[in-house]
Design a protein around this ligand. Structure first.
Ligand code: IDP
Ligand code: MG
Length: 138
């Protein structure tokens, strides 16, 4: 069990002006921000980041969407960070996400679901280093 996870505030949420509200929810839930940046993925960046999903039918749509507008990438710290953050964001499909979760509040569809959260300690480390050098962590 690691104390770090990785998140992105996705294009639908940055475009809708929900970035600040989502960051507030993350901090209120007890996560501390170790690194954060506002950036935009190229299509190639998105294809690389989501490589593990290359065989899934929604991969093309996902990569187009993730490179359609800016995102906010962040490394977060809290005890049991990966599991705790997945709980805070809710199910992938916002219609199935628990009330009060970030996806229930801000997601517009299963694809445009407001936030990413790593699914394992190993992927949290891989995804965090996709965006940040060690010296960028506060
Ligand atoms: P997760 O983000 O809850 O871990 P994954 O299954 O890892 O969900 O899928 C990665 C991302 O791909 C989702 O967050 C969502 O943006 C997108 N996605 C997942 N399933 C679908 C789908 O059935 N249609 C379109 N996009 C999807
Ligand atoms: Mg996932």
């Amino acid at each position: 069990m690691s104390n770090r996870t990785f998140t992105m505030i996705k294009p639908d949420a940055t475009a809708a002006g929900n970035t600040g509200k989502i960051i507030d929810k993350i901090i209120e839930a007890g996560f501390s921000i170790k690194a954060m940046k506002w950036t935009k993925l190229s299509l190639a960046d998105a294809q690389k980041f989501y490589e593990v999903h290359a065989e899934r039918p929604f991969y093309g749509e996902l990569c187009e969407y993730m490179s359609s507008a800016p995102i906010v990438a962040a490394i977060l710290e809290k005890d049991n960070a990966v599991e705790s953050f997945r709980k805070l964001i809710g199910a992938t499909d916002p219609t199935k996400a628990e009330p009060g979760t970030i996806r229930a509040m801000f997601a517009t569809s299963i694809a445009a679901n407001a936030v990413h959260g790593s699914d394992s300690d190993e992927n949290a480390a891989i995804e965090g280093s996709f965006f940040f050098a060690g010296r960028e962590l506060a």
